[in-house]
Design a protein around this ligand. Structure first.
Ligand SMILES: [Zn+2]
Ligand SMILES: [Zn+2]
Length: 346
């Protein structure tokens, strides 16, 4: 069954960091890191509702301005998540510009900024174009033990903090379980398929009581049909749930045991792991000085996480043209996974 999440690196050569996850059929996208996002088509960027920023080194955050410029006057809401002090840093970025005319835009823009702080607490603030992107609606949540940042009907995003000589967020993007419908049973009941099936699936997933009514509407060669049936009568149309795919996005971190343990909690048995592989392992000392992983270290962690597929990225510019050597080192250390294959391009 095809999945809802369609991830790809923003840089096909995999040198620059950044991942876009398109939500099929929903005309939406999620961005992970805001580096050279001008590589993405404006139509994709305009669908992006959320951005998740690992950390505010320039190669991961300088593209925010591009996203904002494109969205202003066209998109009503952007949600941005980052690590400790991120809300302040976003505020500083917005303060660098003059906003004397944006309050006249026909479509006002509300930027909702969130930070996951080192102690697990969260801070939130809103920057609204109607008020010159001044900071408002500031709130905070104490640490509450959950690592979930965003939880929607189609997906969930979780995060942990890892060390890069500064706190950095690593992300898990998790597709929710999906229900399949038996089209032959729908026909056998004298019904036709239509958007009502989505309402039925939602009711079944939510364990709605049997007498919950579902409005049915479909069209066939005899024309339009409408009907109303209780969930209890329709439940047999829904087959088993298909487990959702889990994707990891891990970049800019040191090869330390505490980092490995953080990732194990977030990403064990991940289906698809995007992981940085900045240097070859012969440059292990250089990688340690720069707070990055070598390709071999990335592969060892992929193995430890039992990742089913691995996509290495964020290679150092010194390997331009030689990226396949880095990929080969990652895959050799990972060793592959049962019923899975390495993919060498994003
Ligand atoms: Zn980086
Ligand atoms: Zn960095």
């Amino acid at each position: 069954m095809r999945t809802t999440l369609d991830p790809h690196l923003i840089d096909p050569s995999a040198n620059e960091p950044g991942l876009v996850v398109e939500l099929r059929d929903a005309r939406r996208a999620l961005l992970f890191d805001l580096g050279e996002i001008d590589r993405l088509a404006p139509r994709v960027l305009l669908r992006a509702s959320h951005a998740f920023v690992t950390h505010t080194h320039m190669d991961h955050f300088a593209g925010f301005d591009h996203w904002l410029m494109l969205a202003m006057g066209r998109v009503p809401r952007l949600v941005v998540w980052g690590g400790p002090r991120f809300v302040d840093q976003l505020d500083h970025k917005l303060r660098a510009y003059t906003w004397n005319v944006v309050h006249r835009y026909e479509v006002p823009l509300r930027i909702e900024a969130h930070s996951l702080e080192a102690d697990g607490s969260r801070r939130h603030a809103v920057f609204d174009s109607r008020h010159g992107f001044g900071r408002s609606e500031e709130t905070a949540d104490p640490p509450h033990g959950s690592d979930v940042l965003v939880d929607e009907a189609l997906f969930r995003v979780r995060a942990c903090i890892v060390d890069h000589e500064m706190p950095v967020l690593a992300f898990a993007i998790e597709e929710k379980a999906q229900l399949r419908v038996a089209a032959d049973r729908v026909r056998a009941m004298g019904l036709g398929t239509g958007p009502w099936l989505a309402n039925l699936k939602a009711a079944v997933l939510a364990n709605a009581p049997d007498d919950t009514p579902i409005e049915l509407a479909w069209r066939d060669r005899d024309g339009e049909h409408v009907a109303r049936r209780p969930v209890g009568e329709l439940r047999a149309l829904v087959l088993d749930a298909v487990a959702g795919r889990r994707i990891g996005y891990v970049t800019d971190l040191r090869f330390t045991e505490p980092n490995a343990e953080q990732l194990s909690r977030l990403l064990s048995d991940v289906d698809l792991l995007y992981i940085e592989a900045r240097f070859l392992d012969v440059e292990r000392d250089q990688a340690a000085r720069k707070n990055h992983l070598t390709a071999r270290q990335a592969g060892e962690w992929a193995r430890r996480l039992r990742a089913r597929r691995v996509v290495p990225f964020h290679f150092s510019p010194r390997y331009r043209g030689g990226e396949d050597e880095l990929r080969a080192e990652v895959f050799a250390a990972w060793g592959g996974a049962p019923h899975a294959s390495a993919i060498t391009s994003p």
